[in-house]
Design a protein around this ligand. Sequence first.
Ligand code: AGP
Length: 617
Amino acid sequence: MCGIVGYVGPKATVDVLIGGLRRLEYRGYDSAGVAVVADGQLETRKKAGKLVNLEHEIAEHPLPKAHIGIGHTRWATHGAPTDGNAHPHLGGPAQKLALIHNGIIENFAELKAELLAEGTNFASETDTEVAAHLIARAFEQSGDLKAAFASVMNRLHGAFTILVVHQDQPDVVLAARRNAPLVIGLGDGENFLGSDVAAFVEHTKRAVSVGQDEIVVLKADSVEVFGFDGTPVNFTEFEVNWDASAASKGGWPSFMAKEIADQPQAIADTLMGRVRADGRVVLDDIQQMSTEQIREIDRIIIVACGTASYAGDVAKYAIEKWARIPVQVELSHEFRYRNPIVTQNTLVLAISQSGETMDTLMAIRYAQELGAKVFAICNTQGATLARESDAVIYTHAGPEVAVASTKALTSQIVAGYMLALALAEARGAMTEDARLALGRELLQLPASVSEVLANIDQASALGTAHANAKSVLFLGRNVGYPIAMEGALKLKEIAYIHAEGFAAGELKHGPIALIEEGQPVIVIVPSPNDVDSLHPKVVSNIQEIRARGAKVIAIAEAGDETVSQYAESVIFVPKTDSIMAAVLDVIPLQAFALALSTAKGLDVDQPRNLAKSVTVE
Ligand code: AGP
Protein backbone atom coordinates (compact mmCIF):
# COMPACT_ATOMS: atom_id res chain seq x y z
CA MET A 1 0.00 0.00 0.00
CA CYS A 2 2.79 2.39 0.82
CA GLY A 3 5.30 3.51 -1.79
CA ILE A 4 9.01 3.15 -1.14
CA VAL A 5 12.01 4.60 -2.92
CA GLY A 6 15.74 4.49 -2.20
CA TYR A 7 18.73 6.02 -3.97
CA VAL A 8 22.53 6.03 -3.81
CA GLY A 9 24.44 7.99 -6.46
CA PRO A 10 25.67 11.34 -7.71
CA LYS A 11 22.30 12.91 -8.61
CA ALA A 12 20.45 15.43 -6.43
CA THR A 13 19.00 12.84 -4.07
CA VAL A 14 16.01 14.82 -2.88
CA ASP A 15 14.88 15.31 -6.49
CA VAL A 16 15.28 11.61 -7.25
CA LEU A 17 13.31 10.68 -4.13
CA ILE A 18 10.50 13.17 -4.73
CA GLY A 19 10.31 12.18 -8.42
CA GLY A 20 10.06 8.51 -7.40
CA LEU A 21 7.42 9.27 -4.76
CA ARG A 22 5.38 11.21 -7.29
CA ARG A 23 5.21 8.09 -9.46
CA LEU A 24 4.43 5.91 -6.45
CA GLU A 25 1.91 8.22 -4.81
CA TYR A 26 -0.90 6.10 -6.23
CA ARG A 27 0.11 3.48 -3.65
CA GLY A 28 -0.89 5.67 -0.72
CA TYR A 29 -1.26 9.36 -0.03
CA ASP A 30 -1.93 9.78 3.69
CA SER A 31 1.53 11.23 4.35
CA ALA A 32 5.01 11.35 2.83
CA GLY A 33 8.56 11.69 4.05
CA VAL A 34 12.23 11.46 3.11
CA ALA A 35 15.53 10.92 4.91
CA VAL A 36 18.98 11.75 3.51
CA VAL A 37 22.49 11.48 4.90
CA ALA A 38 24.72 14.46 4.05
CA ASP A 39 28.12 15.21 5.59
CA GLY A 40 27.66 12.39 8.07
CA GLN A 41 24.39 13.84 9.31
CA LEU A 42 20.93 12.28 9.01
CA GLU A 43 18.16 14.69 8.05
CA THR A 44 14.47 13.92 7.63
CA ARG A 45 11.37 15.79 6.52
CA LYS A 46 7.87 14.36 6.71
CA LYS A 47 4.36 15.66 6.48
CA ALA A 48 0.79 14.38 6.72
CA GLY A 49 -1.33 14.58 3.57
CA LYS A 50 -0.35 14.34 -0.04
CA LEU A 51 3.15 14.58 -1.42
CA VAL A 52 2.67 18.24 -2.22
CA ASN A 53 2.64 18.99 1.53
CA LEU A 54 6.06 17.39 1.87
CA GLU A 55 7.30 19.39 -1.11
CA HIS A 56 6.16 22.62 0.61
CA GLU A 57 7.87 21.52 3.81
CA ILE A 58 11.14 20.91 1.95
CA ALA A 59 10.80 24.25 0.15
CA GLU A 60 10.46 25.98 3.53
CA HIS A 61 13.14 23.90 5.24
CA PRO A 62 15.52 22.78 2.48
CA LEU A 63 17.47 19.57 2.80
CA PRO A 64 21.24 19.54 2.23
CA LYS A 65 22.77 18.19 -0.99
CA ALA A 66 23.05 14.46 -0.44
CA HIS A 67 23.98 11.32 -2.36
CA ILE A 68 21.97 8.81 -0.42
CA GLY A 69 18.40 8.75 0.80
CA ILE A 70 15.05 7.00 1.23
CA GLY A 71 11.49 8.19 0.64
CA HIS A 72 8.02 6.98 1.58
CA THR A 73 4.40 7.67 0.75
CA ARG A 74 1.96 6.15 3.25
CA TRP A 75 -1.38 4.40 3.31
CA ALA A 76 -2.10 4.36 7.03
CA THR A 77 -2.63 1.07 8.85
CA HIS A 78 -1.41 1.51 12.45
CA GLY A 79 -1.80 5.10 13.62
CA ALA A 80 -3.69 8.00 12.08
CA PRO A 81 -2.28 9.89 9.09
CA THR A 82 -0.41 12.53 11.11
CA ASP A 83 3.03 14.13 10.82
CA GLY A 84 4.22 12.02 13.75
CA ASN A 85 3.10 8.73 12.22
CA ALA A 86 4.55 9.59 8.80
CA HIS A 87 7.69 7.69 7.79
CA PRO A 88 10.71 7.75 8.08
CA HIS A 89 10.90 6.69 11.71
CA LEU A 90 14.09 7.22 13.65
CA GLY A 91 15.83 4.55 15.70
CA GLY A 92 17.90 4.66 18.89
CA PRO A 93 18.39 7.39 21.47
CA ALA A 94 20.85 9.24 19.20
CA GLN A 95 18.38 9.01 16.27
CA LYS A 96 21.07 8.18 13.74
CA LEU A 97 18.99 5.63 11.83
CA ALA A 98 15.99 6.29 9.58
CA LEU A 99 13.61 3.56 8.44
CA ILE A 100 10.65 3.32 6.07
CA HIS A 101 8.22 0.42 5.83
CA ASN A 102 5.46 -0.92 3.63
CA GLY A 103 3.30 -3.64 5.17
CA ILE A 104 2.28 -4.66 8.67
CA ILE A 105 4.55 -5.98 11.43
CA GLU A 106 2.14 -8.38 13.05
CA ASN A 107 4.20 -9.01 16.21
CA PHE A 108 4.92 -5.33 16.85
CA ALA A 109 3.04 -5.31 20.17
CA GLU A 110 5.33 -7.87 21.80
CA LEU A 111 8.45 -6.21 20.32
CA LYS A 112 7.26 -2.83 21.56
CA ALA A 113 6.68 -4.22 25.05
CA GLU A 114 10.26 -5.49 25.06
CA LEU A 115 11.61 -2.08 24.01
CA LEU A 116 9.38 -0.17 26.45
CA ALA A 117 10.65 -2.37 29.27
CA GLU A 118 14.16 -1.21 28.38
CA GLY A 119 13.09 2.42 28.48
CA THR A 120 12.86 3.13 24.73
CA ASN A 121 10.82 6.24 23.93
CA PHE A 122 8.38 5.98 21.04
CA ALA A 123 7.51 8.96 18.90
CA SER A 124 4.65 7.40 16.91
CA GLU A 125 1.70 5.04 17.14
CA THR A 126 2.95 2.90 14.25
CA ASP A 127 3.92 -0.74 14.13
CA THR A 128 6.96 0.37 12.09
CA GLU A 129 8.87 2.25 14.76
CA VAL A 130 9.80 -0.94 16.66
CA ALA A 131 11.94 -2.05 13.71
CA ALA A 132 13.88 1.23 13.71
CA HIS A 133 14.68 0.95 17.42
CA LEU A 134 15.55 -2.73 17.25
CA ILE A 135 18.00 -2.26 14.37
CA ALA A 136 19.61 0.80 16.02
CA ARG A 137 20.04 -1.16 19.25
CA ALA A 138 21.48 -4.23 17.49
CA PHE A 139 23.92 -2.02 15.53
CA GLU A 140 25.10 -0.30 18.72
CA GLN A 141 25.81 -3.73 20.18
CA SER A 142 27.55 -5.34 17.17
CA GLY A 143 28.88 -2.43 15.08
CA ASP A 144 27.79 -4.42 11.99
CA LEU A 145 24.81 -2.72 10.34
CA LYS A 146 24.05 -5.52 7.88
CA ALA A 147 24.14 -8.18 10.61
CA ALA A 148 22.02 -6.00 12.89
CA PHE A 149 19.51 -5.45 10.09
CA ALA A 150 19.34 -9.18 9.23
CA SER A 151 18.90 -10.20 12.85
CA VAL A 152 15.91 -7.91 13.22
CA MET A 153 14.34 -8.98 9.91
CA ASN A 154 14.40 -12.52 11.25
CA ARG A 155 12.40 -11.42 14.28
CA LEU A 156 9.61 -9.66 12.38
CA HIS A 157 6.35 -11.40 11.47
CA GLY A 158 3.94 -10.24 8.81
CA ALA A 159 4.50 -8.29 5.63
CA PHE A 160 7.26 -5.80 5.11
CA THR A 161 9.48 -4.01 2.73
CA ILE A 162 11.91 -2.07 4.88
CA LEU A 163 14.60 0.41 3.87
CA VAL A 164 17.16 1.83 6.27
CA VAL A 165 19.91 4.46 6.20
CA HIS A 166 22.30 5.18 9.07
CA GLN A 167 24.42 8.27 9.42
CA ASP A 168 27.45 6.24 10.57
CA GLN A 169 27.33 4.19 7.32
CA PRO A 170 26.62 6.97 4.82
CA ASP A 171 27.29 4.95 1.66
CA VAL A 172 24.67 2.21 1.95
CA VAL A 173 20.92 1.68 1.89
CA LEU A 174 19.82 -1.63 3.38
CA ALA A 175 16.55 -3.14 2.26
CA ALA A 176 14.56 -6.28 2.96
CA ARG A 177 11.35 -7.78 1.76
CA ARG A 178 8.85 -10.33 2.95
CA ASN A 179 5.36 -10.43 1.46
CA ALA A 180 5.62 -6.89 0.09
CA PRO A 181 7.13 -5.69 -3.18
CA LEU A 182 10.69 -4.45 -3.77
CA VAL A 183 12.51 -3.90 -7.04
CA ILE A 184 16.11 -2.77 -7.61
CA GLY A 185 16.99 -0.34 -10.42
CA LEU A 186 20.53 -0.80 -11.71
CA GLY A 187 22.26 2.36 -12.92
CA ASP A 188 25.73 3.42 -13.90
CA GLY A 189 27.46 4.63 -10.73
CA GLU A 190 24.07 4.84 -9.06
CA ASN A 191 21.42 2.40 -7.92
CA PHE A 192 17.78 2.61 -6.93
CA LEU A 193 15.14 0.80 -4.93
CA GLY A 194 11.40 1.07 -5.43
CA SER A 195 8.09 -0.57 -4.61
CA ASP A 196 7.78 -0.93 -8.34
CA VAL A 197 9.75 0.10 -11.39
CA ALA A 198 7.76 3.33 -11.76
CA ALA A 199 9.92 4.68 -8.91
CA PHE A 200 13.04 4.78 -11.10
CA VAL A 201 12.00 4.15 -14.70
CA GLU A 202 12.97 7.68 -15.73
CA HIS A 203 16.56 6.90 -14.68
CA THR A 204 17.10 3.28 -15.66
CA LYS A 205 15.28 0.41 -17.32
CA ARG A 206 17.50 -2.31 -15.87
CA ALA A 207 15.66 -3.89 -12.97
CA VAL A 208 15.87 -6.80 -10.56
CA SER A 209 12.92 -8.20 -8.70
CA VAL A 210 13.89 -8.96 -5.08
CA GLY A 211 12.78 -12.37 -3.84
CA GLN A 212 10.97 -13.36 -0.67
CA ASP A 213 13.03 -13.04 2.55
CA GLU A 214 15.94 -11.33 0.84
CA ILE A 215 18.15 -8.45 1.93
CA VAL A 216 19.68 -5.91 -0.45
CA VAL A 217 22.90 -4.02 0.26
CA LEU A 218 22.73 -1.07 -2.11
CA LYS A 219 25.72 1.18 -2.79
CA ALA A 220 26.43 3.56 -5.66
CA ASP A 221 28.69 1.09 -7.44
CA SER A 222 27.51 -2.27 -6.15
CA VAL A 223 24.39 -4.26 -5.36
CA GLU A 224 24.47 -7.41 -3.24
CA VAL A 225 21.55 -9.63 -2.31
CA PHE A 226 21.46 -12.08 0.61
CA GLY A 227 18.89 -14.39 2.16
CA PHE A 228 17.71 -13.57 5.68
CA ASP A 229 20.20 -16.25 6.79
CA GLY A 230 23.10 -14.34 5.19
CA THR A 231 23.56 -16.64 2.17
CA PRO A 232 24.46 -14.67 -1.01
CA VAL A 233 21.74 -14.79 -3.67
CA ASN A 234 22.36 -14.58 -7.42
CA PHE A 235 19.96 -12.33 -9.23
CA THR A 236 18.94 -11.83 -12.82
CA GLU A 237 17.98 -8.49 -14.28
CA PHE A 238 15.12 -7.75 -16.65
CA GLU A 239 14.46 -4.80 -18.87
CA VAL A 240 11.52 -2.60 -18.01
CA ASN A 241 9.21 -2.25 -20.99
CA TRP A 242 7.42 0.88 -19.71
CA ASP A 243 8.81 4.25 -20.49
CA ALA A 244 8.65 7.17 -18.11
CA SER A 245 6.14 9.10 -20.22
CA ALA A 246 3.68 6.20 -19.89
CA ALA A 247 3.49 7.00 -16.19
CA SER A 248 2.73 10.71 -16.66
CA LYS A 249 -0.58 12.41 -17.51
CA GLY A 250 0.63 13.55 -20.92
CA GLY A 251 -1.69 16.58 -21.03
CA TRP A 252 -4.81 14.79 -19.76
CA PRO A 253 -6.61 16.34 -16.76
CA SER A 254 -6.25 13.12 -14.78
CA PHE A 255 -4.52 9.76 -15.01
CA MET A 256 -7.94 8.11 -15.14
CA ALA A 257 -8.89 10.16 -18.23
CA LYS A 258 -5.60 9.23 -19.88
CA GLU A 259 -5.92 5.58 -18.97
CA ILE A 260 -9.46 5.38 -20.37
CA ALA A 261 -8.11 6.84 -23.61
CA ASP A 262 -5.15 4.41 -23.56
CA GLN A 263 -7.44 1.40 -23.92
CA PRO A 264 -7.25 0.76 -27.67
CA GLN A 265 -3.46 0.67 -27.41
CA ALA A 266 -3.44 -1.35 -24.19
CA ILE A 267 -5.69 -3.98 -25.78
CA ALA A 268 -3.74 -4.00 -29.04
CA ASP A 269 -0.48 -4.46 -27.09
CA THR A 270 -2.01 -7.28 -25.07
CA LEU A 271 -3.13 -9.04 -28.27
CA MET A 272 0.13 -8.39 -30.11
CA GLY A 273 2.01 -11.52 -31.13
CA ARG A 274 -0.62 -13.72 -29.53
CA VAL A 275 -3.43 -13.72 -32.10
CA ARG A 276 -2.52 -14.42 -35.72
CA ALA A 277 -4.22 -12.72 -38.63
CA ASP A 278 -6.28 -15.85 -39.31
CA GLY A 279 -7.58 -15.71 -35.74
CA ARG A 280 -5.48 -18.47 -34.21
CA VAL A 281 -4.44 -17.74 -30.63
CA VAL A 282 -0.85 -18.74 -29.90
CA LEU A 283 -0.33 -18.26 -26.20
CA ASP A 284 3.31 -19.16 -25.62
CA ASP A 285 2.88 -17.82 -22.09
CA ILE A 286 1.16 -21.04 -20.98
CA GLN A 287 3.50 -23.51 -22.64
CA GLN A 288 4.54 -24.80 -19.23
CA MET A 289 1.39 -26.88 -19.47
CA SER A 290 1.26 -29.60 -22.10
CA THR A 291 -1.85 -30.23 -24.17
CA GLU A 292 -2.22 -33.43 -22.19
CA GLN A 293 -2.20 -31.54 -18.89
CA ILE A 294 -4.68 -29.00 -20.25
CA ARG A 295 -7.01 -31.84 -21.16
CA GLU A 296 -6.77 -33.13 -17.61
CA ILE A 297 -7.95 -29.87 -16.05
CA ASP A 298 -11.35 -30.57 -14.56
CA ARG A 299 -12.01 -27.17 -13.02
CA ILE A 300 -10.69 -23.65 -13.07
CA ILE A 301 -10.88 -21.44 -10.01
CA ILE A 302 -10.31 -17.76 -10.70
CA VAL A 303 -9.08 -15.76 -7.71
CA ALA A 304 -8.99 -11.96 -7.75
CA CYS A 305 -10.28 -8.89 -5.93
CA GLY A 306 -12.33 -5.86 -6.88
CA THR A 307 -12.28 -4.92 -10.52
CA ALA A 308 -9.95 -7.82 -11.34
CA SER A 309 -12.60 -10.21 -10.02
CA TYR A 310 -15.08 -8.77 -12.54
CA ALA A 311 -12.54 -9.51 -15.28
CA GLY A 312 -12.58 -13.03 -13.82
CA ASP A 313 -16.37 -13.18 -14.02
CA VAL A 314 -16.23 -12.27 -17.71
CA ALA A 315 -13.47 -14.84 -18.28
CA LYS A 316 -15.71 -17.46 -16.67
CA TYR A 317 -18.41 -16.89 -19.31
CA ALA A 318 -15.80 -17.14 -22.09
CA ILE A 319 -14.00 -20.23 -20.75
CA GLU A 320 -17.16 -22.15 -20.00
CA LYS A 321 -18.78 -21.30 -23.33
CA TRP A 322 -15.75 -21.77 -25.56
CA ALA A 323 -13.52 -24.30 -23.76
CA ARG A 324 -16.26 -26.13 -21.83
CA ILE A 325 -14.31 -26.24 -18.56
CA PRO A 326 -16.25 -25.52 -15.35
CA VAL A 327 -15.09 -22.24 -13.80
CA GLN A 328 -15.77 -20.68 -10.43
CA VAL A 329 -14.74 -17.15 -9.55
CA GLU A 330 -13.75 -16.45 -5.98
CA LEU A 331 -12.74 -13.32 -4.16
CA SER A 332 -9.20 -14.20 -3.11
CA HIS A 333 -9.77 -13.40 0.57
CA GLU A 334 -12.83 -15.65 0.76
CA PHE A 335 -11.21 -18.53 -1.15
CA ARG A 336 -8.17 -18.72 1.09
CA TYR A 337 -10.06 -19.13 4.33
CA ARG A 338 -12.93 -21.47 3.53
CA ASN A 339 -11.15 -24.80 3.07
CA PRO A 340 -11.87 -25.00 -0.67
CA ILE A 341 -11.68 -28.21 -2.67
CA VAL A 342 -8.58 -28.02 -4.87
CA THR A 343 -6.97 -31.00 -6.57
CA GLN A 344 -4.02 -31.50 -8.91
CA ASN A 345 -6.41 -31.18 -11.83
CA THR A 346 -7.61 -27.78 -10.66
CA LEU A 347 -6.12 -24.82 -12.47
CA VAL A 348 -6.11 -21.68 -10.35
CA LEU A 349 -6.06 -18.48 -12.38
CA ALA A 350 -5.10 -15.36 -10.44
CA ILE A 351 -5.90 -11.98 -11.97
CA SER A 352 -4.19 -8.86 -10.68
CA GLN A 353 -3.05 -5.60 -12.23
CA SER A 354 -0.40 -4.94 -9.60
CA GLY A 355 0.55 -8.54 -8.95
CA GLU A 356 1.02 -7.47 -5.32
CA THR A 357 -2.50 -7.77 -3.89
CA MET A 358 -1.85 -9.65 -0.67
CA ASP A 359 -5.23 -11.40 -0.63
CA THR A 360 -4.53 -12.84 -4.07
CA LEU A 361 -0.95 -13.82 -3.19
CA MET A 362 -2.19 -15.69 -0.11
CA ALA A 363 -4.81 -17.44 -2.26
CA ILE A 364 -2.28 -18.72 -4.81
CA ARG A 365 0.17 -19.82 -2.15
CA TYR A 366 -2.60 -21.81 -0.52
CA ALA A 367 -3.64 -23.30 -3.88
CA GLN A 368 -0.05 -24.32 -4.58
CA GLU A 369 0.18 -25.99 -1.18
CA LEU A 370 -2.84 -28.04 -2.21
CA GLY A 371 -1.10 -29.10 -5.44
CA ALA A 372 -2.85 -26.86 -7.98
CA LYS A 373 -1.10 -25.27 -10.93
CA VAL A 374 -1.35 -21.48 -10.85
CA PHE A 375 -1.59 -19.25 -13.87
CA ALA A 376 -1.60 -15.49 -13.53
CA ILE A 377 -2.92 -12.61 -15.58
CA CYS A 378 -0.78 -9.71 -14.42
CA ASN A 379 0.19 -6.24 -15.65
CA THR A 380 3.39 -5.68 -13.70
CA GLN A 381 6.76 -7.14 -14.63
CA GLY A 382 8.70 -8.50 -11.71
CA ALA A 383 5.63 -8.54 -9.45
CA THR A 384 5.40 -11.16 -6.73
CA LEU A 385 2.40 -12.82 -8.40
CA ALA A 386 4.36 -13.22 -11.63
CA ARG A 387 7.35 -14.66 -9.77
CA GLU A 388 5.29 -17.17 -7.83
CA SER A 389 2.95 -18.44 -10.57
CA ASP A 390 3.63 -21.39 -12.84
CA ALA A 391 2.82 -19.29 -15.91
CA VAL A 392 2.03 -15.63 -16.50
CA ILE A 393 -0.02 -14.02 -19.24
CA TYR A 394 1.14 -10.43 -19.03
CA THR A 395 -1.34 -7.76 -19.98
CA HIS A 396 0.58 -5.00 -21.72
CA ALA A 397 -1.54 -2.10 -20.50
CA GLY A 398 1.44 -0.06 -19.29
CA PRO A 399 1.45 1.57 -15.88
CA GLU A 400 -1.99 2.21 -14.44
CA VAL A 401 -1.68 5.07 -11.98
CA ALA A 402 -5.28 6.12 -11.20
CA VAL A 403 -6.66 4.14 -8.28
CA ALA A 404 -9.75 3.31 -10.33
CA SER A 405 -8.82 0.52 -12.70
CA THR A 406 -9.79 1.03 -16.36
CA LYS A 407 -7.29 -0.11 -18.98
CA ALA A 408 -6.05 -2.88 -16.71
CA LEU A 409 -9.60 -4.30 -16.59
CA THR A 410 -10.18 -4.34 -20.33
CA SER A 411 -6.72 -5.84 -20.92
CA GLN A 412 -7.40 -8.51 -18.29
CA ILE A 413 -10.69 -9.38 -19.98
CA VAL A 414 -8.92 -9.67 -23.33
CA ALA A 415 -6.25 -11.91 -21.76
CA GLY A 416 -9.08 -14.06 -20.41
CA TYR A 417 -10.57 -14.37 -23.92
CA MET A 418 -7.21 -15.44 -25.33
CA LEU A 419 -6.79 -18.03 -22.60
CA ALA A 420 -10.30 -19.34 -23.24
CA LEU A 421 -9.58 -19.75 -26.95
CA ALA A 422 -6.19 -21.41 -26.31
CA LEU A 423 -7.86 -23.86 -23.91
CA ALA A 424 -10.66 -24.44 -26.42
CA GLU A 425 -8.10 -25.42 -29.06
CA ALA A 426 -6.14 -27.71 -26.74
CA ARG A 427 -9.33 -29.49 -25.69
CA GLY A 428 -10.93 -29.55 -29.12
CA ALA A 429 -13.96 -27.87 -27.60
CA MET A 430 -15.04 -25.86 -30.68
CA THR A 431 -14.91 -26.21 -34.41
CA GLU A 432 -11.83 -24.60 -35.86
CA ASP A 433 -13.94 -22.21 -37.95
CA ALA A 434 -15.85 -20.94 -34.94
CA ARG A 435 -12.65 -20.56 -32.91
CA LEU A 436 -10.79 -18.68 -35.62
CA ALA A 437 -13.77 -16.41 -36.19
CA LEU A 438 -13.67 -15.44 -32.50
CA GLY A 439 -9.91 -14.86 -32.74
CA ARG A 440 -10.46 -12.49 -35.68
CA GLU A 441 -13.20 -10.73 -33.70
CA LEU A 442 -10.68 -10.22 -30.91
CA LEU A 443 -8.39 -8.44 -33.36
CA GLN A 444 -11.21 -5.97 -34.09
CA LEU A 445 -11.55 -4.93 -30.46
CA PRO A 446 -8.98 -2.08 -30.45
CA ALA A 447 -10.77 -0.41 -33.38
CA SER A 448 -14.17 -0.93 -31.77
CA VAL A 449 -12.92 0.53 -28.49
CA SER A 450 -11.64 3.57 -30.44
CA GLU A 451 -15.13 3.94 -31.89
CA VAL A 452 -16.66 3.90 -28.42
CA LEU A 453 -14.16 6.53 -27.30
CA ALA A 454 -14.93 8.72 -30.30
CA ASN A 455 -18.49 9.04 -28.94
CA ILE A 456 -17.59 9.15 -25.28
CA ASP A 457 -18.86 12.71 -24.76
CA GLN A 458 -22.40 11.40 -24.50
CA ALA A 459 -21.53 9.19 -21.51
CA SER A 460 -19.49 12.02 -19.96
CA ALA A 461 -22.37 14.49 -20.35
CA LEU A 462 -24.71 12.03 -18.65
CA GLY A 463 -22.21 11.64 -15.82
CA THR A 464 -22.02 15.40 -15.34
CA ALA A 465 -25.80 15.66 -15.45
CA HIS A 466 -26.06 13.13 -12.59
CA ALA A 467 -23.64 14.95 -10.28
CA ASN A 468 -26.37 15.34 -7.65
CA ALA A 469 -27.65 11.78 -7.85
CA LYS A 470 -27.84 10.09 -4.45
CA SER A 471 -27.77 6.60 -5.92
CA VAL A 472 -27.30 4.93 -9.30
CA LEU A 473 -28.21 1.32 -10.02
CA PHE A 474 -26.72 -0.84 -12.78
CA LEU A 475 -28.33 -3.88 -14.39
CA GLY A 476 -26.96 -6.52 -16.73
CA ARG A 477 -27.28 -10.15 -17.70
CA ASN A 478 -24.61 -12.65 -18.73
CA VAL A 479 -21.31 -10.73 -19.16
CA GLY A 480 -23.34 -7.56 -18.65
CA TYR A 481 -23.80 -8.57 -15.00
CA PRO A 482 -20.12 -8.22 -13.94
CA ILE A 483 -19.93 -5.10 -16.08
CA ALA A 484 -22.90 -3.68 -14.12
CA MET A 485 -21.04 -4.42 -10.89
CA GLU A 486 -17.92 -2.76 -12.27
CA GLY A 487 -19.93 0.34 -13.23
CA ALA A 488 -21.20 0.51 -9.65
CA LEU A 489 -17.74 0.01 -8.15
CA LYS A 490 -16.33 2.84 -10.26
CA LEU A 491 -19.00 5.22 -8.94
CA LYS A 492 -18.52 4.16 -5.33
CA GLU A 493 -14.79 4.52 -5.35
CA ILE A 494 -14.36 7.82 -7.18
CA ALA A 495 -17.72 9.61 -6.72
CA TYR A 496 -18.59 8.37 -3.19
CA ILE A 497 -22.24 7.73 -4.03
CA HIS A 498 -24.33 4.68 -3.41
CA ALA A 499 -24.28 2.42 -6.43
CA GLU A 500 -25.09 -1.23 -6.93
CA GLY A 501 -24.87 -3.64 -9.81
CA PHE A 502 -27.50 -6.36 -10.15
CA ALA A 503 -28.18 -9.30 -12.41
CA ALA A 504 -31.22 -7.96 -14.25
CA GLY A 505 -33.13 -11.20 -13.72
CA GLU A 506 -32.62 -10.95 -9.97
CA LEU A 507 -34.39 -7.61 -9.68
CA LYS A 508 -37.84 -9.09 -9.20
CA HIS A 509 -36.49 -11.17 -6.30
CA GLY A 510 -36.02 -8.13 -4.10
CA PRO A 511 -33.99 -5.19 -5.38
CA ILE A 512 -36.85 -3.82 -7.49
CA ALA A 513 -38.21 -2.42 -4.20
CA LEU A 514 -35.39 0.15 -4.40
CA ILE A 515 -36.86 1.71 -7.53
CA GLU A 516 -38.74 4.94 -6.93
CA GLU A 517 -39.60 7.97 -9.05
CA GLY A 518 -36.50 9.38 -10.76
CA GLN A 519 -34.05 6.60 -9.75
CA PRO A 520 -31.29 6.53 -12.38
CA VAL A 521 -30.62 2.99 -13.66
CA ILE A 522 -27.97 2.12 -16.23
CA VAL A 523 -28.84 -1.04 -18.12
CA ILE A 524 -26.38 -3.08 -20.19
CA VAL A 525 -28.52 -4.45 -23.02
CA PRO A 526 -27.32 -7.61 -24.78
CA SER A 527 -27.25 -7.81 -28.57
CA PRO A 528 -30.66 -8.42 -30.20
CA ASN A 529 -28.91 -11.08 -32.29
CA ASP A 530 -27.55 -12.97 -29.32
CA VAL A 531 -28.15 -16.71 -29.66
CA ASP A 532 -29.24 -16.94 -26.04
CA SER A 533 -32.15 -14.55 -26.70
CA LEU A 534 -31.48 -12.45 -23.63
CA HIS A 535 -32.37 -9.22 -25.39
CA PRO A 536 -36.16 -9.42 -24.99
CA LYS A 537 -35.77 -10.40 -21.35
CA VAL A 538 -33.66 -7.32 -20.60
CA VAL A 539 -36.10 -5.13 -22.51
CA SER A 540 -38.86 -6.52 -20.26
CA ASN A 541 -36.73 -5.74 -17.21
CA ILE A 542 -36.38 -2.16 -18.46
CA GLN A 543 -40.14 -1.87 -18.80
CA GLU A 544 -40.65 -3.23 -15.30
CA ILE A 545 -38.41 -0.60 -13.73
CA ARG A 546 -39.71 2.25 -15.89
CA ALA A 547 -43.22 1.41 -14.78
CA ARG A 548 -42.00 2.13 -11.26
CA GLY A 549 -40.41 5.49 -12.07
CA ALA A 550 -36.81 4.58 -13.03
CA LYS A 551 -34.96 6.82 -15.47
CA VAL A 552 -33.08 4.46 -17.76
CA ILE A 553 -29.76 4.94 -19.51
CA ALA A 554 -29.18 1.98 -21.83
CA ILE A 555 -25.88 0.77 -23.26
CA ALA A 556 -26.92 -1.07 -26.41
CA GLU A 557 -25.53 -2.45 -29.64
CA ALA A 558 -25.50 -0.08 -32.63
CA GLY A 559 -28.71 -0.50 -34.59
CA ASP A 560 -30.76 -1.77 -31.64
CA GLU A 561 -33.53 0.78 -32.15
CA THR A 562 -36.07 -1.15 -30.07
CA VAL A 563 -34.36 0.02 -26.90
CA SER A 564 -34.70 3.71 -27.77
CA GLN A 565 -38.44 3.61 -27.08
CA TYR A 566 -37.90 2.43 -23.52
CA ALA A 567 -34.93 4.46 -22.32
CA GLU A 568 -34.32 8.15 -21.57
CA SER A 569 -30.90 7.86 -23.20
CA VAL A 570 -29.18 5.17 -25.22
CA ILE A 571 -25.42 4.92 -25.68
CA PHE A 572 -24.66 2.76 -28.70
CA VAL A 573 -21.51 0.64 -28.95
CA PRO A 574 -20.30 -1.25 -32.04
CA LYS A 575 -21.50 -4.76 -32.76
CA THR A 576 -19.22 -7.59 -31.66
CA ASP A 577 -19.43 -11.11 -30.27
CA SER A 578 -21.86 -11.18 -27.32
CA ILE A 579 -19.16 -12.14 -24.80
CA MET A 580 -16.65 -9.63 -26.17
CA ALA A 581 -19.26 -6.88 -25.80
CA ALA A 582 -18.16 -6.66 -22.14
CA VAL A 583 -15.06 -4.74 -23.24
CA LEU A 584 -17.08 -2.16 -25.15
CA ASP A 585 -19.95 -1.81 -22.66
CA VAL A 586 -17.70 -0.96 -19.73
CA ILE A 587 -16.09 2.06 -21.35
CA PRO A 588 -19.11 4.42 -21.17
CA LEU A 589 -19.48 3.41 -17.51
CA GLN A 590 -15.88 4.47 -16.84
CA ALA A 591 -16.49 7.82 -18.55
CA PHE A 592 -19.80 8.29 -16.68
CA ALA A 593 -18.08 7.81 -13.30
CA LEU A 594 -15.14 10.02 -14.26
CA ALA A 595 -17.40 12.89 -15.35
CA LEU A 596 -19.68 12.57 -12.32
CA SER A 597 -16.72 12.60 -9.91
CA THR A 598 -15.15 15.56 -11.73
CA ALA A 599 -18.44 17.48 -11.61
CA LYS A 600 -18.49 16.93 -7.84
CA GLY A 601 -15.01 18.42 -7.64
CA LEU A 602 -13.44 15.24 -6.26
CA ASP A 603 -9.91 13.94 -6.68
CA VAL A 604 -10.50 11.38 -9.41
CA ASP A 605 -7.08 9.74 -9.30
CA GLN A 606 -6.63 9.54 -5.57
CA PRO A 607 -10.04 8.88 -3.97
CA ARG A 608 -10.32 8.99 -0.21
CA ASN A 609 -9.42 5.98 1.95
CA LEU A 610 -8.03 3.96 -0.96
CA ALA A 611 -4.68 2.93 -2.36
CA LYS A 612 -3.86 1.46 -5.73
CA SER A 613 -2.11 -1.62 -4.54
CA VAL A 614 -3.54 -3.41 -1.52
CA THR A 615 -0.60 -5.18 0.06
CA VAL A 616 -2.21 -6.01 3.39
CA GLU A 617 -4.79 -8.72 4.06
C1 AGP B 1 -10.41 -0.97 -9.04
O1 AGP B 1 -10.91 0.22 -9.52
C2 AGP B 1 -9.98 -0.99 -7.67
N1 AGP B 1 -9.15 0.08 -7.35
C3 AGP B 1 -9.66 -2.32 -7.02
O2 AGP B 1 -10.87 -3.01 -6.91
C4 AGP B 1 -8.60 -3.26 -7.66
O3 AGP B 1 -9.04 -3.73 -8.89
C5 AGP B 1 -8.32 -4.43 -6.69
O4 AGP B 1 -7.81 -3.91 -5.49
C6 AGP B 1 -7.38 -5.46 -7.26
O5 AGP B 1 -6.13 -4.91 -7.55
P1 AGP B 1 -5.07 -5.73 -8.40
O6 AGP B 1 -5.63 -5.89 -9.78
O7 AGP B 1 -3.83 -4.91 -8.39
O8 AGP B 1 -4.90 -7.06 -7.72
